[in-house]
Design a protein around this ligand. Structure first.
Ligand SMILES: [Zn+2]
Length: 180
């Protein structure tokens, strides 16, 4: 398994609509495993394919806490087919918007249909953090991020902060190399 590079805003690949997965084979399963490994290492609770530059409709999710037995989901071509009447407000972050958090309105529970890594159709009704994570990750497949729920002023401010921090990190690592 290998770690993948996670794209951060304002990378244009994060704004693209992803294409359906047409074939589930060993290569695809390996990619999903790499995505999970990358997500655990980050650490995060969800990762969508476009966040690692793959414009395909698939996500990985695991909302278990550290110390608990892992329960990863690999969702291929996922689709939300049911939503609760109730809305919850939850503070979210995103590996593509590092260290920035904001409250977003989400459905309290959702039903999602997807194909698993073995090609089997699955239906899952989720609530709590899992429901929020599913809604967050699936938005990525249509080129939307949680910050798109915020006002333009707030969103632009967050993107500028991330850009600045990424630039600082790049410069710091360049500097480190020069000194070696
Ligand atoms: Zn995200």
């Amino acid at each position: 398994m290998s770690l993948m590079k996670i794209l951060t805003v304002p990378d244009p690949l994060l704004k693209r609509k992803c294409a359906p997965v047409e074939k589930i084979d060993d290569d695809l399963r390996k990619t999903l495993d790499d995505m999970l490994e990358t997500m655990y290492a980050a650490p995060g609770v969800g990762l969508a394919a476009p966040q690692v530059g793959i414009l395909k409709r698939m996500v990985v999710i695991d909302v278990t806490r550290e110390g608990e037995e892992r329960h990863p989901y690999r969702m291929i071509n996922p689709r939300i087919t049911g939503e609760s009447d109730t809305i919850v407000l939850h503070e979210e972050g995103c590996l593509s918007v590092p260290e920035q958090y904001a409250e977003v309105e989400r459905f309290e529970s959702v039903t999602v249909e997807y194909t698993d890594e073995n090609g089997k159709k699955q239906t899952l009704t989720a609530d709590g953090l899992l429901a929020i994570c599913i809604q967050h990750e699936l938005e990525h497949l249509d080129g939307h991020l949680f910050i798109d729920h915020l006002s333009k002023v707030k969103r632009d401010m967050i993107v500028r902060r991330v850009e600045k921090e990424q630039r600082r990190k790049r410069e710091a690592s360049h500097h480190g190399k020069e000194e070696e």
